[in-house]
Design a protein around this ligand. Sequence first.
Ligand SMILES: [Zn+2]
Length: 447
Amino acid sequence: MSFNQHTPCVILPGIGQSKVELTDAEGNKIKMAWPLDVDGEDILESLKMPLAKMMLFRRDAGFSDKVKKVISEIADPIATLSDGSMKNTLRVVSYPRSLAECEADEKRYIYKMVPLQMLSERIGEENLFFFSYNSFGDTYEIAEELSSFIDMVKEKTGSDKVNLVPVSLGGALSTAYFQLFRHKKDVKRVMYFVAALGGSHLIADIMEKNIIPENGVSMIEMLMDRKTADSVSGFLKLLPDGVFETTINKVLDALNETVLGNSMSMWGIIPPERYPALAKQYLSDEKHKALREKADRFYEFRLHFPETVRELEEEGVEFFAICGYGLQLLALAGSDKMSSDGIIHISSTSMGAKSAPLGETLGESSDEGRHCRNDAHCHISPDKTIDASFGLWPETTWYFASQRHDDTAYNDKALGIAARVLSDDSFKDIYSDPDFPQFGQAHDNRK
Ligand SMILES: [Zn+2]
């Protein structure tokens, strides 16, 4: 084994970033299960008749039920069963090798998902690894797979530790990894990238059906490609009064019944404060017992994650986070005043930063719950909407105003911070380099 001066980095991607194939019993690929493989023409065709009937009679006339059926069919490849297992035989497209050893098209795909070229220039592609997984699977099983993957990385690189780069949903996976495999002591630095550490109010709102119906179209856009979403939303605008609302409700039922309500991974990103009520609603019956036990176990651990983090820090693990704030959460009713990156609220990605409701600024705060006690520090954002001293890592969390969740991967300041954290031990915090202050602006280097 050659001398390796860098710590290998393992990327734990977000919800839409791992490809999963639907296979037959022999393991032959039938089609893509995730991201969903949706045929817009097919959808239009199957909705034509019920739509015509509804328009003719100017009432539902079975239309919303048909939409529910279509949505359930679309989501079926990734459907989950009441014990949390997957309904179909699936195969995750995985990369059990460094980026240096990946084929050109694999590399292209990974860099498209997480444009970390700035990082690989520093540490070399032989030290960059992409762990893919089923976004709707069993978080604990995935954490076991991650443990084996990390063993492979250590073996290949000769390093006894890795750095983790949890992106979005990957944040919950890293939490599960610490719950099950903390004893391995093989994590050096964690660079959270818009990670759902405190869960997602968006997913909780979908489960609770706490939705503004007029915003239903943006829900559809989130789940389908642009062209299909446009066709579907075109349809929805023609609906008679009340049908739209009923239809959105049934679409949410379809998503919850087919995938979300039985997915341990999704239960793992319900904000802890909303978990007990939702679990009672969905997971109280006998057939959900096995899933409930696992989801409860993870919930309990997440409740006390801040204490675990402090213990891990005592053991030498260093934590860093990059977050976006100042945007409205997608399509929400109850949570629509929460400062977020459009997908995840800021107190989740920062583990506790205080934020003013959208359109307001912060008032006076007491010291209770404040993590920075150094009076010389100022952790208030320039627009006075964020107090980072309440985040779990006030000295190692960076905030970008109006930064959209998915676009954070194209903010070169954010990427620059990640590259430094993951390649340079002397880069310690928000004071390490004046180029990277705690608060910055949204940026998209594609434009
Ligand atoms: Zn401070």
